[in-house]
Write a protein that binds this ligand. Structure first.
Ligand SMILES: Nc1ncnc2c1ncn2[C@@H]1O[C@H](COP(=O)(O)OP(=O)(O)OP(=O)(O)O)[C@@H](O)[C@H]1O
Ligand SMILES: [Zn+2]
Ligand SMILES: [Zn+2]
Length: 853
């Protein structure tokens, strides 16, 4: 091992053919090194004395330093540009077995499928600074007499270590004290006189907090009634609570606690409080519910699964899918395994996590990308503990490196937020979860009232007892990365009715053209007005849903027609009124540019503006005018932008502080509010007219989900959908809650045009600050692709400018490739295409795209 120029000895090693995973005694290994400014894969030699496993934490030499790294994969040859003599040895294996080798195999699979360099997948998967936060320490493990057999520098190190009672120092300190310490350390490590280990860094000192622990039991006579009550509360929480929570629950003071402690019944100790959202049990324990027969049938199948299986839990809204998850999880935990639960949006999770916590207490842990780095890091450390646990999170939680995964659940699996549009890898959580379940040999449960067509087709064509499929099956070859389904690995589990046989709410379609003919110019139809009045008279609650696209509201000058536009993008600015007193803002939904609403028109100085569109704010204003006594709460991105605001608004609503919850998309997802009896949809038209091939599917899913929010309690619900397109076939399926009818109409259309789930799509996105450069590039690449497409058996759509061409001053173009997944297509070499992009044009590859804006 020697030091020389960094660029000579190591190389970013993408891509090398012929790599292997698993354990290997010696050879070449690619290591993810982590030091400020660099995060890349470098190749190292593994000396014979190491039994290296993929995923091991290493220390490796890098440009004169020793840094942390993770062994990513074994390679059997070097890139041509690198000579074997230039390769350095790894220095040490610091921690072994934290990651399972198949975790890295899975990341490699993702990199391959999404045409993304492995390093970019790793960046998405690992919390930032995982290694930088960890410091290397050295500890003496042998008797001091061993000194006589080693060289001078090694002797000095041993002496230093033995001079301290704990016999350990940080590697950094040792290097400061002893010049050339590295050579000595190598010798000591080789002769196993010292060991090196990782310790979390200074910046990540564990947070300590006071916890109260029950130490003695019995109704002792020396306690007052008040003190006994507090002991009782502790008992109900398994004898341990954070002091702050006990003070709250017991309505008591720390002085009282100190008195009980003095009498020896409790101990107040400093405990590490992990910066995860895991809390010690302030939730009332809730027992498992008695299952309905459909739920019991579904659970029985899930329980019987051994090894990999893909399960579709197709339950209508309010059918009790969550209860099935909870009871399935209980059995997995009993087998000492952990569970991953993925949900679409974090706005959903307060209610859902509450339900999980009241069943499983502090074994539930919330993980999502909005956590701070410290919180993410802590959650990771705790996963490595191996205690069986439940991680609930949004799509990035699929990367949680749980060592003993027993089940993965995707709730609301149809939801578009499970797809990452950017940055690369543009993964579909549903698919990568499927691969992970295969590698882990555990079941994957996909739950929805409105399954995605992809899931429906895959399950129904492979399930041993397929549901009545209304269209003749067409073989759908598995995606390149998945293994062919083994018999009985796919299961369709229906929950066709709501719990307690509650009916699904009747859905009424209101023709807004007719309203106009009858001289009703309001945004509320007469049936909706009546329903709102009735709801208020009966002291019931309702939900009003507004489908809002980013630029649906805008401001225009009444005198000259001037429209405020974003300086960076080709869109008008949307109007926001954060609160009644706050200043009105204009915001761009593409680049987030924000400016105050000007008091006068910048063109003609007129003070009069007209406000177009119907955002939640405007609807609430209208409601206040028409129904002065109706109390409304807004539930949209303006009102839920601060931490905890979702929970605050929902709690206020549940406590009856408002009659109507007015909001956007986030209302449609999984809310379970039994007191809601009315759901209104202000205009279905925005949904119906979305301009991509999924418009019908999205409309059906959104409207069915929002309709499903009512009538979940003892009182029956009703749904009113306003539209200018009452004859639209999707609306007919929504009215009858008829998923099968929707599928029967939609699948043949997709097949006819070779759209997913039958065909496959790859979207190439190009962007540049230079409008001419990007246009020239896409034209050239488009020509190449079109020429190659016949021999390659794929179809080229475009090049075309993106719907909004300029965003954040970047000009955007797209080319779409469409092909059949039957193996006949031979796709272009992406690197050749990329080489056609000058350095001012960026090209990204979106595999299985969902967002075409
Ligand atoms: N077996 C049962 N007995 C009594 N109540 C139940 C049972 N199962 C579920 N519930 C209750 O029924 C309600 C609806 O259940 P849940 O929210 O799980 O439905 P869901 O299928 O997830 O609906 P959605 O798809 O609309 O979110 C909940 O309040 C739940 O507590
Ligand atoms: Zn004007
Ligand atoms: Zn903008």
């Amino acid at each position: 091992m020697y030091d020389s120029d960094l660029s000579l000895v190591s190389s970013v090693s993408e891509p090398i053919t012929g790599y292997a995973l698993g354990t290997k005694a010696s050879g070449l290994v690619e290591v993810l090194v982590d030091c400020p400014g660099i995060q890349a894969l470098y190749t190292y030699n593994v000396p014979e004395q190491f039994q290296l496993q993929i995923g091991d934490i290493l220390s490796v030499p890098l440009g004169g330093q020793v840094v942390g790294g993770i062994a990513i994969r074994f390679v059997d040859r070097l890139p041509d540009s690198l000579a074997i003599s230039k390769i350095k040895d790894i220095e040490d294996v610091v921690a072994s077995g934290l990651f399972k080798p198949n975790y890295w195999q899975w990341l490699t699979q993702i990199a391959d499928y999404y045409y993304t360099p492995l390093i970019q997948v790793i960046k998405v998967a690992l919390p930032p600074g995982l290694l930088a936060r960890s410091h290397r320490r050295i500890r003496a493990i042998a008797d001091v007499n061993a000194e006589i057999f080693v060289g001078d520098i090694a002797k000095k190190i041993l002496k230093l270590l033995h001079g301290k009672s704990e016999k350990n120092y940080s590697w950094q300190y040792i290097q400061q004290q002893i010049p050339g310490a590295r050579r000595g350390l190598r010798e000591l490590l080789d002769r196993q006189l010292v060991e090196s280990y990782l310790e979390s860094g200074q910046t990540q000192q564990p947070k300590l907090q006071k916890a109260v622990i029950l130490t003695a039991d019995g109704a002792a006579e020396d306690l007052t009634d008040r003190q006994r009550e507090i002991i009782e509360i502790l008992k109900q929480h398994d004898g341990e609570l954070w002091q702050s929570e006990l003070l709250k629950l017991g309505g008591t003071t720390s002085a009282t606690l100190n008195k009980i402690a003095e009498k020896g019944y409790i101990a107040i100790v400093n405990k590490e409080k992990l910066r995860s959202e895991r809390e010690l049990g302030i939730f009332q324990q809730e027992p498992a519910k008695l299952l309905t027969s459909d739920q019991a049938l579904a659970l029985a199948t899930i329980d019987s699964l051994t090894g990999f299986a893909r399960v579709l839990l197709h339950g209508v809204t309010g059918s009790g899918k969550t209860e099935v998850y909870l009871q399935a999880i209980e059995r997995i935990l009993a087998r000492e395994q952990s569970v991953l639960v993925l949900v679409p949006e974090i706005g959903l999770t307060p209610q859902l996590t509450d339900r999980f916590r009241s069943r499983f207490g502090d074994r539930v842990c919330v993980y999502h990308s909005a956590l701070s780095d410290g919180e993410r890091y802590d959650t990771w450390r705790q996963m490595f503990d191996r205690t069986p646990q439940i991680i609930i999170g949004t799509r990035s939680a699929i990367f949680a490196p749980l060592p003993n995964l027993g089940l993965i659940i995707l709730d609301e699996e149809h939801d578009s937020s499970f797809k990452q549009d950017q940055p690369a890898p543009t993964y579909q959580t549903r698919d990568i979860a499927n691969w992970r379940a295969q590698l882990e040999s555990c079941p994957l449960i996909l739950g929805s009232a409105t399954p995605s067509l992809e899931t429906w087709v895959t399950i129904t064509q492979n399930s041993p007892s397929p549901p009545l499929s209304l269209s003749p099956p067409l073989p759908l070859p598995p995606s390149p990365n998945s293994q062919p389904p083994t018999p009985n690995s796919h299961h369709y589990l229906p929950l066709p009715t709501r719990v307690h046989s509650r009916p699904l709410p009747p859905v009424q379609i209101v023709d807004m053209r007719q309203e106009l003919k009858n001289n009703n110019r309001s945004i509320f139809s007469r049936p909706l007005v009546q329903a709102l009045q009735q709801m208020q008279a009966n002291k019931q609650q309702g939900i009003l849903f507004i489908h809002r696209r980013g630029h649906s509201t805008f401001v225009s000058c009444r005198a000259c027609g001037y429209v405020c536009e974003c300086p960076n993008c080709d869109v008008s600015l949307a109007y926001h009124q954060p609160g009644t007193s706050a200043q009105a803002l204009l915001r761009c939904h593409y680049c987030n540019h924000c400016q105050p609403q000007p008091p006068r028109c910048p063109e003609c100085d007129s003070p009069y503006f007209k406000y177009f569109g119907s955002g939640t704010q405007k609807i609430v204003e209208e409601l206040n005018q028409q129904f002065p006594k109706l109390k409304c709460l807004r539930f949209d991105s303006d009102t839920t932008s601060t931490k905890g605001s979702h929970r605050r608004i929902l709690t206020a609503f549940v406590q009856g502080e408002a009659d109507l919850l007015v909001g956007t998309q986030m209302l449609t997802k999984g809310l379970d509010l039994p007191q809601v009896t009315l759901v209104g949809v202000v205009a279905a038209d925005g949904l119906l007219h979305l301009s991509d091939y999924r418009a019908a599917e999205r409309t059906f899913q959104t409207l069915t989900q929002v309709a499903g929010r009512c009538g979940r309690g003892d009182e029956a619900g009703r749904v009113i959908i306003q539209t200018y397109n009452p004859e639209h076939p999707v609306l007919a399926a929504v009215t009858k809650h008829d998923y099968q009818a929707f599928i029967a109409a939609e699948l043949p259309e997709r097949r006819m045009l070779d759209y997913p789930p039958y065909g496959k799509l790859i979207l190439l996105r190009f962007s540049s600050l230079d409008a001419d450069a990007v246009e020239r590039t896409v034209t050239e690449i488009g020509t190449i692709l079109i020429e190659a497409s016949i021999a390659g058996h794929y179809e080229v759509l475009g090049p075309a400018p993106a719907t909004v061409m300029r965003v954040n001053n970047r000009y955007r173009w797209q080319i779409m490739l469409k092909y059949l997944p039957d193996g006949s297509a031979s796709l272009p070499d992406w690197e050749v295409l990329r080489s056609k992009c000058s350095n001012v044009v960026k090209m990204t590859i979106d595999v299985d795209p969902q967002n075409f804006l």
